[in-house]
Design a protein around this ligand. Structure first.
Ligand SMILES: Nc1ncnc2c1ncn2[C@@H]1O[C@H](COP(=O)(O)OP(=O)(O)OP(=O)(O)O)[C@@H](O)[C@H]1O
Ligand SMILES: [Mg+2]
Length: 274
């Protein structure tokens, strides 16, 4: 089944401002989709259209076959959870479990069910040991995991992460990506990952590149990264390892374009032994 479907969606922030026209996109159930694109290309706008924070001017956004309207926003937001960039703006309570419970309490779930969902959500993000911890004392990565847990407590079918690792250090980013991959594989949650870290896109099933409100590239992440010149025209780069290959080649070393560390290491070793 298609989880989220954009059908000829047009949207603008008003005359002369950013706009999307006749935008089509299907995100399949269980898929892990990465969304890439330079600043201002429309990625966050896309995220907001996915859960009804914005509504199209024309066309339809369907969530599991149901067209999103003002009337069913509430239901859609339970199915499509969005995690944003800054964990500090997403914290509502000082204690971890209260923070995670907030959304679930707001939809009026019974106490016992809320307790269960807090346990499930904290376990899913590897934070069950911090249930009664103070949020402000946590690391950035931990705070962001708590934010994800708050969304998970609503048992969404789709998790949209809008540059949710952007403010984290490499370790925090790894923590989040581990959690996200796990949720996709084990809990079968459909994932839309908006990111400017090319490494993260490599973990996805499919990636799209946005430019000025349009999808300009689409495919398996490894295939997209093969189109290096084209990526550059959209102000995007390769994952770090791809950049390293290019530098080695520029330095006269005969290594292939690869995004696999072991393949690159083998090629370097062969060159060395020549
Ligand atoms: N509320 C708004 N009113 C007017 N213009 C807006 C509004 N929000 C965003 N824009 C503009 O729409 C364009 C797309 O913004 P959007 O936030 O979707 O881009 P993005 O790809 O998420 O960028 P970034 O990588 O910086 O997060 C930008 O030019 C932005 O300035
Ligand atoms: Mg954005």
């Amino acid at each position: 089944m298609t989880a989220i479907s954009f059908q000829k969606v047009s949207f603008s922030y008003g005359e002369g401002n950013f706009s999307m026209k006749n935008f089509d996109l299907n995100v399949e159930e269980g898929e892990f989709l990465a969304v890439l694109g330079h600043n201002g290309s429309g990625k966050s706008t896309l995220a907001r259209l996915m859960n009804g924070l914005l509504l199209p001017d024309k066309g339809t956004v369907e969530v599991f076959g149901v067209p999103l309207t003002e009337k069913n926003l509430y239901d859609v937001r339970r199915r499509v959870g969005v995690v944003f960039q800054n964990p500090d703006n997403q914290t509502v309570s000082s204690i971890v479990e209260d923070d995670v419970a907030f959304g679930a309490e707001n939809i009026g779930l019974p106490r016992e069910e809320i307790g269960k969902r807090i346990s499930f959500a904290l376990k899913a993000v590897g934070m069950e040991g911090e249930r009664t911890a103070t949020v402000s004392r946590l690391s950035g990565g931990q705070k962001q995991r708590v934010a994800i847990a708050g969304v998970l407590a609503l048992k969404p079918d789709v998790l949209v992460l809008d540059e949710s690792t952007a403010m984290l250090d490499p370790r925090g980013r790894h923590e989040i990506m581990d959690v996200v991959c796990d949720l996709n594989r084990r809990e079968h949650i459909t994932v839309v990952l908006i990111t400017h870290f090319m490494e993260e896109a490599l973990l996805s099933d499919r990636a799209i590149v946005m430019n000025r409100g349009e999808i300009v590239m689409e495919g398996k992440p490894a295939d997209i990264f093969e189109r290096h010149e084209e990526l550059l025209t959209y102000n995007l780069t390769l994952p770090r390892i791809g950049e390293i290959c290019k530098r080695l080649q520029a330095g006269g070393m005969s290594v292939p374009d690869t995004l696999d560390a072991a393949t690159l290491a083998d090629a370097i070793e062969r060159e060395w032994n020549r």
